[in-house]
Every structure is written in structure tokens, then in C-alpha cells.
Design a protein around this ligand. Structure first.
Ligand SMILES: Cc1ncc(COP(=O)(O)O)c(C=O)c1O
Length: 408
């Protein structure tokens, strides 16, 4: 319950991936492509691996050769690295607000927002909640390119049973630490409309970078099961030295701020691919765990007004369980209270262009009021293989989140 990262990873995956990498070398990349494609039910030739989700998105959008200034519609609730891709390619951004009570824009709002100058629409499945009726949008706007941001949605399906990531012209997945399948950093592009698509030239991450990612993943894995007092001690002991020695790998602040351009030409290392294969092979187990835990949260929090809870469809596999707190709730106090119970409350998407304090490329204050209001009150609960909730933790969660009925 203590970490939102490395949620499909097991300790044995580390030696298994290393052995596989020593035995199969470069072929680990094909193995992962095949294993990941199988989880989506697509031909592996349609799956291309990258060093990050943003690199996958960049490669696809760049390949379209859209004229500078072409308009792109983005969800008014997204991660800053997504608009940065389009900004980098000289495209014009416009945001479509999310639906009240949801975390994605609705298909109807997207259809209303599409204008003659719109060339591409980015379709989110935030938190794993599958955006519905993509087929309808594609039929109505045959000249617009629809790209799914499936970073959160590994395993989710639309209401008609189709797999998220196979619904748009193309889709990208992220294998970053906090995503449903994590190789450290990494991503995949799924090209649905042409088998002939070829990725641009890539370069391999340095071995030292992969080592840092492996150490960071191992830390996240440790955090999940270490008893709280031991974890506090380990954090005190290791935080300083690990930062100083640069063994913690994540997206640098300057990159999130847009001061430094991401390395869009970065590929995936074969060792990382081997680590991904181990997780892809247990997809059914991971998805079942996520579904089961979301059901438990549903039951525990059933007394909350529906607007506070995620409205899940049968096909959704959530990455995290998002909640809207009541106005005036103290997120910080709640975070502390749950941390004492060994439950890490997530604070993801605390800005309409996440994270809080990003430069929000192309966004003007007030463009998406529902997204802004949601960002101001959102928290999330962990899901994944290591997010089992004890009976005591369940009761603590209910006490902390469900406001007692006023007494007569
Ligand atoms: C919704 C969403 N899309 C895209 C990304 C980018 O993926 P990556 O970090 O692999 O580039 C993220 C998170 O990082 C995300 O949360």
C-alpha cells in the first residue's frame, strides 16, 4: 500500500530479466514486443518500443508531417509531457474540458470542439477509465487523426469490448515507474491503421542509466512491503546519499518545466524489455488484482456521493482509484493520517496540466473549469499486485474518507 510504482513487478523479475538478457541480448526487444502485443491482442508488427511514452507519441506525430500551426485538441486533464510533444513539433494546442464527474472529456464534447483546422485529437483514458465511442468520432471525422493516450489504460476495454490502445489510428503506452507495467522508463506505440509504419532511428540508453532505473525500481518494490518503521529508517538513511550519487532515476524537473527538451530519440534497452516481458506475461493476474481492489474500494466508499467516486465501466482496469474530496478538505492532513496506517494517498493530476506548477503549454487559465476544479480536490488510492488492504486499513480508510452522517 505504500507505493504507486512498480505495481506489476516481482523480485524474481530482476534475476529472470538479467538471465534472459544475457542469453537473448537484442532479441529481448522482439520478445517484449510479442508479449506486449499479445496482451492487447494485436499483431506484434504494429507495436514499436521506445525509451518513453512521450518518445512514442513524438515519433508518431512527427511521422504525420502536419504543417506547422495545425490544431491539436488535448484533454483538459493531462500530463505536461503530452502537450510538450506537440509544442515541440510547432503545432497549435487547444484543450477540451473533462466531463463533470468524469476524468476524461466525453466524445460529444470532443465532437463539438473539432473545428475545420483540427488535424489531430489526443484521446485520454485517464486513470484507466476508457473513453467511450471512439469509433463514432472516427466515423464522423474521417479527416482527423485520433491518437489514444493509453499510458494509464493497460488492459482496459471500451463498452463494446475493444481493447484500449487499438481504438485510435495509433496509441501510446508508458512503462514509466508509476504505470501499470513498468520497465523504469519506457513506452510503446501501437499503430493501428498501417502495418507499414517504421520508427525513426533510435539510440540505446546508457548502461548506467538502465542501472539507475533498476535501482529505482528495486527501491519502489522494497517500499511496498517494508514495515512502516523500517521504511522510515531506510528513507532517512538512503535519501541523501542516493540523490547525491544520482541513483534515483526520474524525469528531471527542468524537463517537466519545459526548460530542457526530452530525448525523443531514446530507445528501450534490451534488459528493460526483458523486465517488461516478465510483467506482460502476468497481465491477466495484474488486471484481476486491480479490478478486485477497485471493487473493494467501491464497497468501502459506497457511502460517498457518486460525484466523489470514479464511475467505472465493466471493462475498465484502473491504474489508480481517483477520488474527489469535498471542498475545504485538507489533502495534506488526510495524506498524513493515511500514511500512519501504511496507506499512501496519491496526489496525481493536481493540475489541469499535471504536475502542479507546470507551464501548461497552450493552456490559458479558465479554459477547462471542470479540469481545474478536479485538480484542486483530487486524490487517489493505490492499486496493483502489492496494494492489498488489510481489514484494519480498510476501516481506517472508511473513517478518514466517509464523512459521518450528521446526527439528528
Ligand atoms: C496520461 C499520461 N500520458 C503520458 C505520460 C508520459 O509517459 P512517459 O513518462 O513514459 O513519457 C504520462 C506520465 O508520465 C501520463 O500520465
Amino acid at each position: 500500500m505504500k507505493s504507486h510504482a512498480a505495481t506489476a513487478l516481482r523480485w524474481l523479475d530482476f534475476p529472470w530479466a538479467t538471465l534472459r538478457w544475457l542469453l537473448r541480448g537484442e532479441r529481448c526487444l522482439d520478445d517484449f514486443r510479442t508479449a506486449f502485443a499479445a496482451t492487447l491482442g494485436v499483431d506484434p508488427v504494429r507495436v514499436h518500443l521506445f525509451g518513453s511514452g512521450r518518445a512514442a507519441l513524438h515519433a508518431y506525430v512527427a511521422s504525420l508531417g502536419l504543417p506547422a500551426g495545425s490544431e491539436v485538441l488535448l484533454p483538459g486533464y493531462t500530463c505536461v509531457v503530452v502537450p510538450q510533444v506537440f509544442d515541440n513539433l510547432g503545432l497549435t494546442l487547444r484543450y477540451v474540458d473533462i466531463e463533470p464527474g468524469d476524468f476524461n472529456p466525453g466524445a460529444a464534447a470532443i465532437a463539438d470542439a473539432i473545428a475545420p483546422q483540427t488535424r489531430l485529437v489526443l484521446l485520454p483514458h485517464n486513470f484507466g477509465l476508457c473513453l467511450q465511442d471512439i469509433a463514432g468520432l472516427r466515423a464522423r471525422f474521417p479527416d482527423v487523426v485520433f491518437v489514444e493516450d493509453a499510458a494509464h489504460a493497460w488492459g482496459s476495454r471500451s463498452a463494446d469490448g475493444r481493447v484500449a490502445g487499438t481504438l485510435g489510428h495509433a496509441a501510446f503506452f508508458s512503462f514509466e515507474y508509476s504505470k501499470p507495467l513498468s520497465t523504469g522508463l519506457g513506452g510503446a506505440l501501437v499503430v493501428n491503421d498501417t502495418a507499414a509504419w517504421q520508427p525513426p532511428a533510435q539510440h540505446r540508453p546508457a548502461t548506467s542509466a538502465v542501472l539507475r532505473q533498476a535501482l529505482t525500481l528495486a527501491w519502489h518494490r522494497l517500499v511496498q512491503t517494508l514495515p512502516t518503521p523500517l521504511l522510515q529508517a531506510a528513507k532517512q538513511l538512503l535519501r541523501g546519499p542516493s540523490r547525491r550519487l544520482g541513483v534515483v532515476a526520474d524525469t528531471p524537473r527542468a524537463e517537466l518545466q519545459g526548460d530542457v527538451q526530452p530525448d525523443y530519440a531514446l530507445g528501450l534497452h534490451p534488459w528493460s524489455a526483458a523486465l517488461g516481458t516478465a510483467q506482460a506475461q502476468r497481465a491477466a493476474e495484474v488486471w484481476a488484482a486491480r479490478r478486485g481492489q477497485a471493487d473493494i474500494y467501491d464497497r468501502l466508499l459506497a457511502a460517498l456521493p457518486p460525484a466523489q467516486r470514479p464511475e467505472r465501466a465493466a471493462g475498465d482496469v484502473l491504474l489508480r482509484y481517483p477520488l474527489r474530496l469535498l471542498p475545504g478538505s485538507d489533502r495534506e492532513a488526510l495524506t498524513q493520517a493515511l500514511a500512519r496506517e501504511g496507506i499512501e494517498l496519491g496526489r496525481w493530476f493536481d493540475d489541469v496540466v499535471h504536475p502542479h506548477g507546470s507551464r501548461r503549454p497552450g493552456y490559458r487559465d479558465g479554459d477547462c473549469p471542470v479540469g481545474e476544479a478536479t485538480a484542486a480536490c483530487i486524490v487517489n488510492l493505490p492499486l496493483g499486485l502489492h496494494a492489498r488492504l488489510s481489514r484494519h486499513q480498510g476501516q481506517a480508510l472508511q473513517r478518514a474518507l466517509v464523512t459521518p452522517e450528521p446526527r439528528p
